[in-house]
Design a protein around this ligand. Structure first.
Ligand code: ZN
Length: 316
């Protein structure tokens, strides 16, 4: 029996939560679907990741309007993945902000990624026809940038590579609240098809060094205590490290991708198999891990065709 490709068999809607972390910070989460963060400042709102389509984003806007009537001034793209950025037009923000590295990835592979992700996640691209095209940042930065929402300081930080080359977190230093994007997941499998396995744990160390009291992960429930934050960081680190160690061991023994995949899946399933999108992510994660362990410093571009060919090779 072969598995349905990626998340094509995942068609049941999830329950949305809109969690208040402070006067200024909210998390739109949905049982492991991609999250959206919301920062409410004195004079405006920043949205962190957008949902996959403008129609999906409308539900986020409805929740924002239940807590504030301030204008949505900024959208931050934590990274370039289509499922998080293509709803951006719905917010009517003045500026769409991303790291220069994220901008470069959109130039290099945004179109291929869009087609690939639409086919991977049919449920998350509801009303896909409302997407006006790729989301282009209007403002980019390198390393760090501070945005002031009145007296509220929002630091946008590139703490290192991990989930992608362009990963950006948003940090509220006055409140010790962090929005991590897909660098941290909770009860959801980290997607590592575009990842840097060597760097990811160090980037998690940099997040931990900020000592967040609360953290909004890329997927999964908002982490509302320091203990939960530690759990989220530790779980993500363990998955990334365990997977890479398994793949490197297989590569060192000269095994091929298919054999390495089977071993990694068997090794990780008991500990992580209950996390959402485990079976979706594993083939992509193992393929990238073997690339990084052998001959590709940077992730190769996923296209809809490459997705399907890889899946057929590993799951048939
Ligand atoms: Zn992502």
């Amino acid at each position: 029996m072969s598995k349905a490709f990626a998340s094509q068999a995942d068609l049941q809607d999830k329950q949305v939560s809109f969690t208040r972390l402070s006067d200024h910070a909210y998390a739109y989460t949905a049982e492991g679907d991609p999250n959206t963060g919301v920062i409410v400042g004195d004079d405006g709102v920043m949205v962190l990741d957008t949902q996959a389509t403008p129609v999906m984003a409308e539900d986020v806007i409805r929740r924002i309007r239940a807590v504030t009537d301030k204008p949505i001034r900024y959208v931050l793209l934590s990274h370039y993945h289509a499922v998080r950025v293509l709803g951006a037009s719905a917010y009517g923000a003045q500026e769409i902000i991303a790291s220069q590295d994220t901008y470069d990835l959109i130039v290099e592979r945004g179109a291929q990624d869009m087609q690939s992700e639409i086919e991977r996640f049919p449920r998350l691209f509801r009303a896909v026809e409302t997407i006006p095209g790729l989301t282009w940042p209007t403002m980019t930065f390198q390393g760090r940038m501070t945005v002031w929402l009145g007296k509220l300081e929002v630091q946008l930080l590139q703490l290192g590579r991990g989930h992608t080359k362009g990963d950006t977190v948003a940090w509220l230093p006055q409140q010790q609240i962090l929005f991590s994007g897909d660098l941290v997941e909770f009860g959801a499998t980290p997607y590592a098809g575009d990842a840097y396995f060597e760097d990811w744990p160090k980037t998690l160390d940099a997040i931990a060094a900020l000592r967040p009291n609360a953290l909004v992960p890329g997927r999964g429930a908002a982490l509302t205590t320091p203990e939960m934050v530690q759990q989220g960081l530790a779980g993500t680190r363990a998955f990334v490290s365990d997977l890479y160690a398994s793949v490197k061991a297989g590569a060192a023994q000269g095994k091929d991708l298919r054999a390495i995949y089977r071993e990694a899946h068997a090794a990780l399933k008991p500990k992580y198999g209950q996390w959402v999108i485990f079976d979706h992510c594993m083939p992509f994660d193992v393929t990238r891990a073997l690339d990084e362990a052998t001959s590709y410093r940077d992730p190769r571009i996923w296209t809809a065709e490459r997705d399907k060919a890889m899946w057929a090779a590993l799951e048939s």
